[in-house]
Design a protein around this ligand. Structure first.
Ligand code: AHR
Length: 635
């Protein structure tokens, strides 16, 4: 009896505490009679640049690090010497010979002694290891020449670090005294455990000198595209239902110094013609991801490019004065547009066809520069106007984006950037509600809640989701928005910028809670914005209400950023019939700090369920720290 009383007391007090942990019921009135705006059909997209080893060591699946020996002036960074048994050899960076004027360097391997059992050569450890999967084929290619009696053969192989087991191997029968490219397929047999603990070896069994350059071991790619992209990362992007890709940056477009900008003409054609370049994020870029690869990335995801052209400003306060000095840069941008969208009877359209892509790529948006508010010379107004006039004269249909407001011409669109805390986004979801609709349209080309590292946590996802409700409500004005940065290799030393949407190592990848928030919002976009009035909700409750008119669906995206659950009485005006069953997608965390990681990728994932009490007026309770989407069938 006593025990029962205690039990009853306990459950009564639990009930009181639980009730105290819920907020007062809120009301949400949705006006479905008349949409207040159209939703931009291309609202959500992707922003990319080479940062955090997004391409080399990430999306670009060449396993070899420093393949052209251009990464370091002092030594062959990423490469180590192999002397098996009694073999004796040395290696050095050779700046006097290379396979082309663009790649004037090589790795000279001097083999004093070697034989079949005591081989000598070099190894590459990749970008924090190399993933080798069973029954996959890796395309190995390299440029080489030899002297001092070396005529081959050579062996290329993928080897397990732990066991020394050869996972894939091929022989190159002979090497000549002239620079030449060699290609072999490395076919892996069964690989018991897929790990990153593997490396690549290129070895010989005779004395002599070998000169090596542009050594590549290419993994299978998304849609089997030649020089294509890493499949798991492309699949993650595809699941975001993006509509565009802003390329190629970001700071990566500008470079620290003018000669370090993204010079697109040096990124097209065969690798051997691409000189590679130093990026502003502190490491060298192989430029395997050149302009055409970006465009093919768009094609593979069936999205449009938003082409950012270099506009005469680099980040260390270097700028090109508007006027005659800027003319070559303007011409370069015109050529770039022609390379993307020109017919094959144009000079640069023909060049694109020569590079393997004869069909022009549809282009609507061109961005002139990046974050030119940093240019303290105030030259952007003049620079923008010069690009604008030249591009519009030739391509009047293009929409030209300015990176900061200008006065001399009216840009079609302005690119606004926001890197903020969750609280800052919570407090600013009405940012665009009163913006003048007669001004330029808005592209929120970079935005993110910067909480969590290397990838954002649940608290960040809540900040993001709150901000997205504001962007959707204003998507008559905000035509496009893209989170940044998109990608990070999570290995120590790989990252330059915290809070990146998707994380990975050599073997696997995962989406952050913010990634899933994007997926949920993009999956429930709709095409009309419905008016929504919220009353009595806490300051951390946010809603976006849209409709897909053709499908007869109303999408409610609701965000509860508070530590308390939130009950809402939802009422629809202007609909007479609402199906009781509604699909509910929930993303939630126990704390704002809770997150996904490479070791725990599925801690926070969207969960789909069904509610059975939907109606023209119904009550719904949201858990603490949650983002939900309700698909409501209504007439
Ligand atoms: O997204 C990271 C950097 O932030 C971008 O390169 C730059 O445009 C911004 O300052």
């Amino acid at each position: 009896m006593k025990i029962m009383q205690e039990g009853a007391l306990l459950s009564a007090s639990f009930f009181i505490v639980a009730a105290a942990l819920a907020q007062q019921p809120a009301t949400l009135e949705i006006d479905a009679q008349k949409p207040v705006a159209h939703v931009s059909p291309i609202l959500y997209g992707l922003m990319t640049e080479e940062i955090n080893h997004s391409y080399d060591g990430g999306l670009y699946p060449d396993l070899i690090r420093n393949r052209a020996f251009m990464d370091d002036s002092y030594g062959p960074h990423g490469w180590v010497l192999i002397e098996q048994g009694n073999a004796r050899a040395s290696m050095e960076l050779d700046k006097s010979t290379g396979p082309s004027t663009a790649i004037p360097r090589s790795l000279k391997v001097t083999i004093q002694t070697a034989d079949a059992k005591n081989q000598a050569g070099v190894a590459n450890t990749g970008y924090w290891g190399m993933a080798v999967r069973g029954n996959e084929t890796y395309l190995c290619s390299f440029y080489a020449k030899s002297d001092g009696g070396m005529t081959g053969p050579m062996t290329a192989r993928l080897v397990s670090d732990r066991t020394g087991a050869v996972l894939a191997e091929a022989t190159i029968p002979a090497i000549t005294g002239e620079w030449q490219q060699y290609k072999v397929a490395l076919k892996a047999g069964a690989v018991p455990v897929v790990s990153a603990e593997n490396h690549f070896e290129l070895v010989a069994r005779h004395a002599g000198n070998l000169y090596l350059s542009l050594v590549s071991v290419f993994s299978p790619t998304y849609h089997d595209r030649k020089n294509g992209l890493r499949p798991d990362l492309m699949e993650k992007m595809a699941a975001m239902h993006p509509k565009f890709l802003r390329l190629p940056g970001g700071n990566y477009l500008e470079g620290d110094h003018i000669p370090e900008r993204f010079e697109w003409k040096k990124t097209i054609g065969p690798w051997v013609g691409r000189p590679t370049h130093i990026s502003p994020w502190g490491y060298h870029s192989s430029d395997g991801m050149g302009l055409l690869e970006f465009l093919e990335w768009c094609e593979d995801l069936k999205i449009q490019p938003v082409l950012a052209v270099y506009a005469g400003y680099s980040m260390k306060q270097e700028h090109v004065e508007p006027g005659p000095e800027l003319e070559p840069y303007v011409q370069d941008a015109l050529d770039e547009i022609e390379y993307v969208a020109g017919d094959t009877n144009t000079k640069w359209g023909a060049e694109r066809a020569k590079d393997g892509h004869s069909a022009p790529i549809p282009l609507t948006y061109v961005e002139i520069g990046n974050e030119d508010w940093f240019d303290r010379s105030n030259s952007y107004d003049g620079r923008y106007a010069q690009f604008y006039k030249a591009i519009k004269a030739r391509y009047p249909q293009l929409q030209l984006i300015a990176t900061t407001p200008v006065k001399s011409v009216k840009p079609d669109m302005i690119d606004d950037h926001y890197y903020r805390s969750a609280t800052e986004f919570f407090n600013d979801t009405h940012h665009y509600d009163k913006t003048d609709r007669s001004g330029p349209k808005i592209f929120v080309g970079e935005w993110a809640t910067r909480e969590g590292a290397p990838t954002p946590n649940m608290g960040a996802a809540l900040g993001d989701a709150a901000w997205m409700t504001g962007m959707e409500r204003n998507s008559d004005l905000i035509v496009m928005a893209s989170y940044a940065p998109l990608l990070t290799n999570v290995n120590p030393g790989a990252l330059q910028w915290d809070t990146d949407l998707i994380g990975y190592d050599a073997v696997k990848s995962y989406g952050s809670p913010s990634y899933y928030a994007q997926v949920i919002f993009a999956e429930h976009l709709g095409n009309q914005v419905l008016g929504a009035q919220v009353a009595d909700a806490g300051s951390r409750f946010f809603v976006s209400s849209t409709r897909d008119a053709a499908a007869g669906k109303i999408y409610l995206k609701i965000v509860n950023g508070s530590s308390l659950s939130q009950t809402i009485r939802i009422h629809f005006n202007g609909v007479t019939q609402v199906q009781n069953e509604a699909r509910l997608t929930t993303l939630r965390g126990n704390t704002p700090e809770e997150t996904n990681s490479i070791g725990d990728p599925g801690r926070i994932l969207p969960v789909v369920s069904t509610i059975h009490n939907a109606g023209t007026s119904f009550e719904h309770t949201m858990p603490p720290y949650s983002i939900q989407a309700l698909d409501i069938q209504a007439k």
